[in-house]
Design a binder for this molecule. Structure first.
Ligand code: SF4
Length: 366
């Protein structure tokens, strides 16, 4: 196994050239002539691959496939429609993270509703919702909590602080999702043909590397936790090819400067205090058992689904006609294979969730 790249040199072009050569040599040792299929799970890695040009530079040796790791992209239309319906209620002020505003639901987006008078406010962190609630005592502030293990601890903290402050006009719709169950579904039953996974560094910083051991032990899929510099991604790719060439299966950590074996204990404890796993709906993957985070009965007073009787209309949900976001999120197609890509669907006029966020695969390819 090659030694990790020195992290204090991650902008070094010489090291990048070395890593590229290593990847090319290793790719020749992997059985078969086609480029080696590797999935970058995380939207930030998708963005890095596009921005750095690595996806193009290595395209004859490695075929990078995007995975279900962009939180905005995997939020299902049925959940989005539920948020839109809520934003139209009297006295409601809906707080959302920025990219969610532009994602098209079945009938329009939150941004379109906001333009027509719905009260929707952008927040940059969960705790911003606390400030909104204090500033708007005559309204019910509802925080639409999206994202993976990375943002869930912040939402847990928001609920704990709201309870401590005795706030009565703040609640949370938890649309949080957990990454391991989605990867398990994706890789099981041969749903996805890939030789290895580049695992999300920030999710792993919370969960710990060990949370992904099942990928190797149960599903025989090599995986590497990677950071977000181009050199980090190159190094992780080289490690994956090394394992593929040797027929070895393990979950390695190439981001040890941030990610530990067991994760962030304080963050995990806050999540465990407030949330319990529940089934969640993923765009492109459907409903996955225990892949979401529901608010525990102990904190039901802050659960907007209970407070406002919200139920997603799953029959009406779904991407717009001809949009192939679901297949993009499963790594089944690359964005240019969608007929709308770059023609009817652009970052200015997104037809699907994957074209909205800079972490979305379609936006990154565009
Ligand atoms: Fe959907 Fe647009 Fe991507 Fe096609 S290019 S899959 S319409 S987001």
């Amino acid at each position: 196994m090659g030694s990790p790249l020195p992290v204090n040199h991650f902008s070094d072009r010489r090291l990048a050239a070395q890593a590229m050569r290593r990847i090319r040599l290793l790719a020749q040792k992997v059985p078969g002539d086609a480029p080696v299929p590797v999935m970058e799970v995380c939207g930030t890695h998708t963005h890095v691959l596009g921005k750095s040009g690595l996806r193009e530079l290595l395209s004859d040796k490695v075929e990078f496939r995007s995975g279900p790791g962009c939180p905005v992209c995997v939020t299902d239309s049925a959940d989005l429609d539920m948020l839109i319906r809520l934003s139209l209620q009297e006295k409601i002020l809906l707080a959302v993270y920025g990219d969610l505003l532009r994602v098209p639901g079945t009938e329009g987006s939150l941004l379109e509703q906001k333009a027509m008078g719905a009260r929707v406010s952008l927040v940059y962190s969960a705790l911003d919702a606390l400030t909104l609630a204090r500033q708007n005592e005559n309204r019910q502030v509802v925080f639409a909590a999206t994202g993976f293990e990375t943002t869930a601890p912040g939402t847990a903290l928001l609920i704990l602080e709201a309870e401590a402050a005795g706030l009565k006009n703040l609640s949370v719709i938890s649309l949080h999702k957990l990454m391991p169950p989605a990867l398990r579904l994706l890789l099981s039953a041969g749903r996805c043909r890939i030789e290895g996974l580049i695992l999300p560094g920030h999710v792993s910083a919370v969960t710990g590397r060990r949370a992904f051991d099942f990928l190797a032990s149960e599903l025989c899929c090599p995986a590497v936790v990677a950071g977000f510099e181009p050199l980090d991604v190159l190094h992780a790719t080289a490690l994956l090819l090394e394992m593929a060439a040797a027929g070895r299966c393990a979950v390695l950590n190439a981001y040890t400067r941030v990610v530990g074996e067991e994760g962030n204990t304080a963050a995990l404890e806050a999540m465990a205090e407030v949330f319990a796993p529940e089934a969640a709906l993923w765009r492109g993957l459907g409903e996955i058992e225990a892949s979401g985070l529901g608010i525990k009965p102990r904190y039901a007073a802050f659960d907007a689904k209970k407070r406002f009787g919200l139920v997603p209309n799953r029959a009406a949900g779904g991407s717009r006609e001809a949009c192939r976001c679901g297949e993009v999120l499963r790594g089944a197609i690359r964005p240019p294979e969608c007929a709308l890509f770059g023609v009817k669907c652009t970052p200015d006029r997104p037809q699907g969730a994957c074209m909205v966020s800079s972490e979305g695969a379609c936006a990154s390819y565009f």
